[in-house]
Design a protein around this ligand. Structure first.
Ligand SMILES: NC(=O)c1ccc[n+]([C@@H]2O[C@H](COP(=O)([O-])OP(=O)(O)OC[C@H]3O[C@@H](n4cnc5c(N)ncnc54)[C@H](OP(=O)(O)O)[C@@H]3O)[C@@H](O)[C@H]2O)c1
Length: 320
């Protein structure tokens, strides 16, 4: 067995999952990665990661199939629960496509962890489980005490936020009820280089800003964090015995217009949004708890340039 022991990563082939697998392998862990379709071309990159030949084992598992999760988690002392649906567009049946796999899926993972006597579980939540809260005091920084309001998420039909809020709150409740060691991490919009050959939602957000030439966009606050820094945060949450509860994980809050200006300086020739509609947006967020655990993040320019280079190399974005 690899020197650091055996851990499982759900959603191993996705954008964030691939980086988590890569970092774990490079740190000497043996990894059980769950994917829904091990033979599919979209997961082929995993086998090419350094140390994968010896230390990566892929398991076919669906979040709604408890037995498949037990088989993947058996023998692991830690689990990184990354898998959750992140649709590229609107979904026609949110209950089936989002809520069930996120909430019941997380419950299945945790039940499998209890059965297999896992020591620690790190659950990937989202800033979406934090910030949709109309009752949070206007001038108060949003920290780990702030939860998205489930009724409000339903009212505004933001079912992704609802799915992540349900999954995370139920995970922390499960920890209390069953004495399982669970830590949750809530990243902002995750950007950075892609390892997988397909486009995921958050990368598409940046790609669209670079090439769609939108007539007008709301000048919203973007809450950005690098995928490599999120993967580091997950490892930190796993490896530090003192880690507990939830951790907000974000590096930069920047208005869309300012982000575009930054990109325009770096890459003058893409087809950027033309106008911005000013909106009230004053929320502020804090990753102080995670930073106190030892977390650091890289400069935004590095995230942007490595993202753009990887899209170009994958043939998703023209070179300019
Ligand atoms: N990207 C962001 O900006 C962001 C921000 C905050 C939090 N997050 C969270 O980070 C995690 C990873 O997201 P990502 O950005 O890496 O997106 P992604 O590339 O779309 O990855 C999602 C992963 O979930 C898996 N999955 C979805 N439904 C599943 C099911 N029913 N059974 C088994 N696996 C299932 C997918 O597997 P298949 O390949 O088989 O579809 C895929 O591996 C998610 O929990 C997401 O909510 C992401």
């Amino acid at each position: 067995m690899a020197e650091k022991g055996r851990v499982c990563v759900t959603g191993a082939g996705g954008f964030l999952g691939s980086w988590v697998v890569k970092f774990l392998l490079s740190r000497g862990y043996e990894v059980h990665g769950t994917v829904r379709d091990p033979g599919h071309e979209k997961n082929a990159h995993l086998k090419k990661l350094e140390h994968a030949a010896l230390n990566l084992h892929l398991f076919k598992a669906d979040l709604l199939d408890y037995d498949s999760l037990c088989a993947a988690i058996a023998g692991c002392k830690g689990v990184f629960h990354v898998a959750s649906p992140v649709p590229l567009g609107t979904v026609s049946n949110p209950e089936v496509e989002l809520i069930e796999p996120a909430a019941s899926g997380t419950h299945n993972v945790l039940k499998a962890c209890s059965k297999e006597k896992v020591h620690k579980v790190v659950v990937v939540s989202s800033i979406s489980a934090v910030y949709k809260n109309p009752n949070w005091p206007k001038n108060q920084v949003m920290d780990e005490m702030c939860w998205s309001d489930k009724e409000y998420c339903k009212e505004i039909k933001n079912f992704y936020c609802l799915s992540k809020t349900l999954a995370e709150s139920q995970a922390l409740e499960y920890a209390k009820q069953n004495g399982l060691n669970i830590v949750t991490v809530c990243p902002g919009l995750v950007l950075g280089p892609i390892l997988q050959p397909t486009i995921n939602f958050s990368s598409l957000v940046l790609i669209n800003l670079l090439k769609e030439g939108f007539e007008s966009l709301e000048n919203k606050i973007c809450i950005i964090v690098d995928v490599r820094d999120v993967a580091e945060a997950l490892l930190l949450a796993y490896e530090k015995p003192e880690a507990e509860g939830r951790y907000i994980c974000l590096a930069y809050t920047i208005r869309t217009k300012d982000l575009i200006e930054k990109l325009r300086i770096m890459y003058p020739d893409y087809n950027y949004p033309k106008n911005f509609e000013e909106i009230m947006a004053e929320e502020t967020y804090s990753s102080e708890k995670l930073q106190k655990l030892g977390w650091k993040y890289r400069p935004l320019e590095e995230t942007l340039s490595d993202s753009v280079r990887s899209y170009q190399e994958a043939g998703i974005l023209d070179k300019h």
